[in-house]
Design a protein around this ligand. Sequence first.
Ligand code: NAD
Length: 253
Amino acid sequence: MASSASDQVAFITGAAQGIGYATAQRFLSAGYQVVIADINQDKGTTAQQVLGTDCLFVELDVTSESSWQTAIHKAIEAFGHINVLVNCAGISEPGSIEDCSLELFKKVQDINVDSVFLGCKYGIKAIKNTSGGSIVNIGSTLGIKPMSIHTPYGASKAAVNNITKTAALHCAENQYNIRVNAVHPGAVRTPMYDYYLDLAEDRQAAEESFAQVHPMGRIAEPEDIANAVFFLSSKEAGFITGVALPVDGGFTA
Ligand SMILES: NC(=O)c1ccc[n+]([C@@H]2O[C@H](COP(=O)([O-])OP(=O)(O)OC[C@H]3O[C@@H](n4cnc5c(N)ncnc54)[C@H](O)[C@@H]3O)[C@@H](O)[C@H]2O)c1
């Protein structure tokens, strides 16, 4: 688990854009080979072309067990092994307890929770065969500090936190040398954030309000999250497992 080594491989879901893409860039800059795993073929292929030869796009639907098996197989076939797995793919749809349909609730759990369950399951299986490594799951501050309009999303991200801890304990108790941690971002400037600005009546007022709820007076850039993910995966974090790390400018303080 070196912080810079050409034989290190990071497998990152949802890396065709947003936080996952910035995380791919962060690992590439440290000399890792990177697998961009995403359901969006067009953006994934473009990302691979832009990011270069140490980067491979594999199509992955994080809700499908067979898709996980195929994607991990392709990654190992290409790069030999996986040391780091980042579960970043996710969706966010607003909905209060009164207006959220069961269908929407289940959809959000499918993509945000099943993904992390399967990613940890198959990530552990792959990393167990190496000298060790790390898994980082992307949650959200809304899984720690609930908001009434985020019933499905908040529930899904609270589950991400708990799966992270049970997986971390399982790996530690079995002496696997695999650490499992979660990063919980506040608002981050990505297409997902843009989606919420598009829903707002007054886009500029919404931007100001997002910035103001973070005590540091701004939202995160994708690189803020990528740096935290990289730190948790590095040897400098070698005795850190099972943590829920908010990267939120003090929002949950
Ligand atoms: N942007 C924010 O403000 C924010 C805040 C807190 C947490 N997060 C979390 O960070 C993660 C990344 O968010 P983002 O802002 O980069 O989002 P984004 O919408 O910009 O990117 C999400 C990526 O996930 C992929 N994806 C969606 N469903 C998938 C599926 N079934 N299989 C594989 N890939 C799939 C998309 O194609 C896309 O490339 C998410 O888990 C999100 O919940 C984001």
